[in-house]
Design a protein around this ligand. Structure first.
Ligand SMILES: NC(=O)c1ccc[n+]([C@@H]2O[C@H](COP(=O)([O-])OP(=O)(O)OC[C@H]3O[C@@H](n4cnc5c(N)ncnc54)[C@H](OP(=O)(O)O)[C@@H]3O)[C@@H](O)[C@H]2O)c1
Length: 332
């Protein structure tokens, strides 16, 4: 496993991180197929120290699972969680209506707001510390940006939490370069977490370039495009109610020929290197300019171990070139 520093924090985090969204089941069709503790233990045992979760993943469930799984292993882990999505107060900017499965379909159970008011950040950090069963969070990220709270107010609270030792580094997610500039002008920023994969490259000219120029670690989320880039998802795969993949354009039959073409090119590299398709995809992600880390979701130990091994793979300039042409040919 290779490790890279999170911005200016001095924290060394594995280039392959473990994303704990899917193991909470929320928006992923439930938890029946999951072995969350096995997945987290396998990840740590194979060199992954960066674990990313959020209160929003199952309304606290994912954080509680992570807290249980890291008991006795806290010192081996760079624990990252988030703040800024509230379902207990109707303040801030309305984001969406939710239920236990995902976005609300029949009955609205939770009204989710973007809210980075200082008092809510403080409330959230205390809740997260309890669920994670720890005294500190290594990386605390604003999950989505709240236009109803002044950046300096949110940042002032984050800096106070850092001074109090409750958090060690500050990051953002789902932010624009302008929003990052505002954070930097009133405080500090060590990481930016954004959607980035071979099929989602919208941040290449903006966030990735900005992060590289400003020594901000870029944490790519959904690097397997929610699993389709593993090569193991075919058109017969049935997704449960609430699963985020049901509405994703890359999972629709009309886009399958493009996916198959891309997977063929990745498979050629994978065969040459005697690794799997997912491993090539993850290695590609952390080889892109500005992209320092990939947060990969895994439901069980087998997936987590395979993903961790991608942190050792170096792609040659020729392989990177061939993959880039295949990626660009998808039109993504
Ligand atoms: N900041 C944000 O707003 C935000 C948004 C999204 C995600 N994230 C973070 O990024 C993390 C990763 O993204 P993600 O979970 O959305 O998507 P992802 O990493 O692209 O895909 C994860 C899914 O791919 C499949 N998979 C993983 N490893 C595999 C392997 N070795 N072989 C075959 N299939 C494999 C699994 O699904 P199946 O078993 O069902 O096929 C798994 O749940 C999240 O957990 C979360 O921490 C953050």
């Amino acid at each position: 496993m290779r490790y890279r520093t999170l911005g200016n924090s001095g924290i060394e985090a594995s280039v392959v991180g473990f994303g704990a969204w899917a193991l909470g089941g929320w928006m992923w069709g439930g938890t029946d197929q999951n072995d969350p503790v096995g997945a987290i233990h396998a990840a740590i045992d194979h060199g992954i120290n960066l674990l990313d979760t959020a209160p929003m993943y199952g309304y606290g469930h994912s954080e509680s699972v992570v807290g249980e799984a890291i008991k006795g292993r806290r010192d081996k882990v760079v624990l990252a969680t988030k703040c800024g999505l509230n379902w207990w107060s109707e303040e801030g900017e309305k984001f969406f209506d939710g239920d236990e499965q995902g976005r609300a379909q029949d009955e609205v159970k939770y009204k989710v707001y973007k809210n980075l008011r200082p008092k809510e950040i403080r409330h959230e950090v205390e809740q997260s510390l309890k669920r994670l069963q720890t005294d500190w969070i290594d990386l605390y990220q604003t999950h989505w940006q709240d236009p109803t709270t002044a950046t300096e107010d949110a940042m002032a609270e984050l800096v106070r939490l850092k001074q109090e030792g409750k958090i060690r580094a500050i990051g953002c997610s789902n932010a624009t370069p302008d929003q990052m500039k505002r954070y930097l002008s009133v405080g500090e920023l060590d990481t930016d977490q954004e959607q980035y994969s071979m099929l989602q490259r919208q941040h290449e000219p903006g966030n990735l370039a900005f992060c590289a120029e400003n020594n901000i670690a870029f944490l790519a989320y959904s690097p397997l495009a929610l699993g389709i880039l593993s090569g193991k998802v075919d058109l017969n795969r049935k997704f449960n109610r609430g699963d985020v993949r049901l509405a994703n354009p890359w999972y629709q039959p009309e886009n399958r020929p493009k996916i198959d073409q891309l997977l063929k090119a990745i498979q050629a590299v994978a065969e040459e290197k005697r690794v799997t398709i997912s491993q090539v995809v993850i290695a590609w992600t952390v080889s892109q300019p500005g992209c320092t880390h990939a947060l990969v979701g895994a439901r069980n130990g087998e997936q987590a171990m395979a993903n961790a091994k991608a942190g050792e793979i170096e792609l040659t300039p020729g392989e990177l070139k061939a993959l880039r042409s295949a990626v660009e040919a998808t039109g993504a």
